[in-house]
Design a protein around this ligand. Structure first.
Ligand code: CP
Ligand code: NVA
Length: 304
């Protein structure tokens, strides 16, 4: 059975710590112009059922920098779009490539691909989780603030795949995590039950953004409407989320040197004002860059 990367909870804190440290080392190597080709001759298949800029480019460039190769497969341009099953697709890809990265809808879909695969499968975002992104985000936090376990991290906005993955990270790393979501848009029961049953008192859910943001070291937000949720109630939802905008006034409740993160793409002046996104506390573009380094560490671990 290959080792997959579908959820942070498939790994121990020590293993994720190892990946974070490796990501920082890989970044240094790359910045120093040093070549590092542990994946020579290896190929990654990238399967996209949703749009992507960062995930697509950082995985492809990451494979190239590690001496390997990546190929892009979309559902429309492959037989997936004509109904070939996930499990058959996975078995076929496993005969050609050394690893599969997939971006899709239900978590069960990537689990189906992983259970049929004879090579490692990486979660490049599902409706439930976005683990590669949170690895890059933790790397960014450590570059700016020191050990992630010592921070107060705040999530402001929708209880979505990003929020869920932050909860998993807080379960493992033990940092204080405050989530501020509008009523009815908190993370799903499957995630909240985990907090309750595990007694994780470091994780709290609020319906008031300024209360959650108090004393924050890190403020995170994301789109109010995730891929696949583009429903008719968009305008109504935007109104409801308005008090959860990360702006100058909300920032005044956080520590003065708090950093602001957004996995991007941002809807400027909706969830995050341009003033904050382009301001001195923002680290959103470092965070985007760190996708490359964090994922290289994952690729190396799974295929190296
Ligand atoms: N943050 C992120 O996953 O970006 P893309 O959707 O562009 O891949
Ligand atoms: N929550 C967003 C993240 C995009 C990277 C989405 O799923 O669309």
């Amino acid at each position: 059975m290959p080792r997959h990367f579908l959820s942070l909870l498939d790994y121990t804190k020590d293993e994720l710590r190892g990946l974070l440290d490796r990501a920082k080392w890989l970044k240094k190597q790359q910045k120093a112009g040093k070549k590092h080709h542990p994946l020579e001759g290896k190929t990654l298949a990238m399967v996209f059922e949703k749009s992507s800029t960062r995930t697509r480019v950082s995985f492809e460039v990451g494979m190239y920098q590690l001496g390997g190769h990546a190929l892009n497969i979309t559902s429309q341009a492959s037989q997936l779009g004509r109904g070939e099953t996930y499990s058959d697709t996975s078995k076929v890809l496993s005969r050609y490539v050394d690893c599969i990265m997939m971006r899709t809808f239900e978590q069960s879909r990537i689990e189906e691909v992983a259970s049929a695969a004879s090579v490692p499968v990486i979660n490049g975002l599902t409706d439930l989780l976005h683990p590669c992104q949170i690895m890059a985000d933790m790397e960014t936090i450590e570059e700016n603030k020191g050990n992630v376990s010592d921070q107060k991290i705040v999530w402001v906005g929708d209880g979505n795949n990003m929020a869920n993955t932050w909860i998993q990270a807080a379960i493992l790393f033990g940092f204080e995590l405050a989530l501020a979501c509008p009523k009815g848009f908190e993370p799903p029961a499957i995630i909240l039950d985990k907090i309750r049953s595990g007694g994780y008192s470091n994780i709290k859910v609020f319906n008031d953004a300024s209360e959650a943001v108090k004393n924050a070291d890190v403020i995170n937000t994301d789109t109010w409407i995730s891929m696949g949720q583009e429903s008719d109630e968009v305008e109504q939802k935007k109104k409801l989320f308005r008090p959860f905008q990360v702006n100058r006034s909300l920032m005044s409740h956080a520590k003065k040197d708090a950093i602001v993160l957004h996995c991007l793409p941002a809807h400027r002046d909706e969830e995050l004002t341009s003033e904050v996104m382009d301001g001195p506390n923002s680290r959103v573009f470092d965070q985007a860059e760190n996708r490359l380094h964090a994922q290289k560490a994952i690729l190396e671990k799974l295929m190296g």
